[in-house]
Design a protein around this ligand. Sequence first.
Ligand SMILES: Nc1nc2c(ncn2[C@@H]2O[C@H](COP(=O)(O)OP(=O)(O)OP(=O)(O)O)[C@@H](O)[C@H]2O)c(=O)[nH]1
Ligand SMILES: [Mg+2]
Length: 406
Amino acid sequence: MTDLYDPNRRDPSRDEPDGTAPPATDNRPGKPAGHGEGSPRTTPPDPAPAPDPAHARTGADGGVQLPPVPDSVQSLEPGRVPSGGEDAERIRIGLWGAPRSGKTTYLAALPIAAMQYQRHHEGAWNISGMTPEANAFLSRGIDLLTRQRTFPEASMGVQDMAWSVQGPQKKSKWGIGGRRPNFVLDIQDAAGEVFGDGHPQQGQLVGRLARAQGLIYLFDPLGDANKATETLNFLQSTLTQLTAQVRNRHGLIDGKLPHHVSVCVAKFDHPDIFHPAAELGWVKQDAEGAALPRVPEEQGEQYFQWVCDDFRGANARLVRDALYAYFDRRRISYYATSAVGFRLTPQHVFDYNDFVQPVEVDKKQRLRSSPVPINVLEPLIDLEERVHRDRSRDRRANAWRGRRQR
Ligand SMILES: Nc1nc2c(ncn2[C@@H]2O[C@H](COP(=O)(O)OP(=O)(O)OP(=O)(O)O)[C@@H](O)[C@H]2O)c(=O)[nH]1
Ligand SMILES: [Mg+2]
């Protein structure tokens, strides 16, 4: 994977101790991989000691003999490139959305959503970084949202990450067998501006979306008419370039992009969208637990339609039209997503009279209660499932063709 110029990249050794600076990433081929989760740990290299003139001896040839340099890495076993496990598939998911649509907050909320999954479902999901940088991103996101209770800073440039993701055993359609999702997720966090026309990194970033099998598109339903126009421009610009790149490599299927797409209508917790949505009957509350409000899965598409047709106005309608024009509609699914969830009472229950989660304190937005993300992990799980299904079908088709040719 080629690396992009990141204007925010700094020498990590010079980062502030508060950990707010984004970690430098270098995923260029040829760079030795850091140790990922599950790979043998190695002791960090001791800096080679500077030759101490008092201990330097003079050799027979008159040259200076230095004391032997100790082997700097004392590993018990030779380190292996992190792979997520032998049976792990590699899945590329592109994360995409206009500036400030909530991409970084979504990524920061993913490990939290994974940890909370077992509250409402059987089994657990686990996400861990494949490199020290990817792990640092995960830990920083959790720390920001849960301890500091605040949002990430606006992103700069592009940061590539590889995460290892494992899920609970899924039952097959017939109730026997089934599989346990285990995949390496290649994903990137890019500043929204990079998706815009004329940005020097746009071509490379779109190249990554072109190689991805799935896309998560964050659609921000809030903001004024200018914001709506900006959202549409960024979408159009990315879609035109993406289509050109995929067409050049003969990857279009029936004239459409081949990707599976999860459209996440973001910031569902925000009163400006939540109040009208609840009043119009889009929202159902969980019968148990924290009584969280959600838009039922099967109504995701209609909810998106409502946001485009009635809530957001003409430009949003064009967003919908563009998505339908460029992607196969059967490959798109829709979610009402909130990365930070609703403010919950001390008893950990949703309260319609007091649910607003972010409040401004000292000119900074703060979360009032620990986040319980809504529809953050689900779009990812769903994409993986669909990509896995496609691959299994292709494998079966190839095997069938192979048998017929023999
Ligand atoms: N209410 C609410 N606001 C959110 C949520 N997620 C993001 N926001 C708001 O949106 C702002 C932008 O979020 P980011 O995650 O930085 O957005 P981004 O798409 O990564 O932005 P760029 O990196 O600048 O393109 C945050 O500062 C919050 O004000 C959410 O789940 N709920
Ligand atoms: Mg960002």
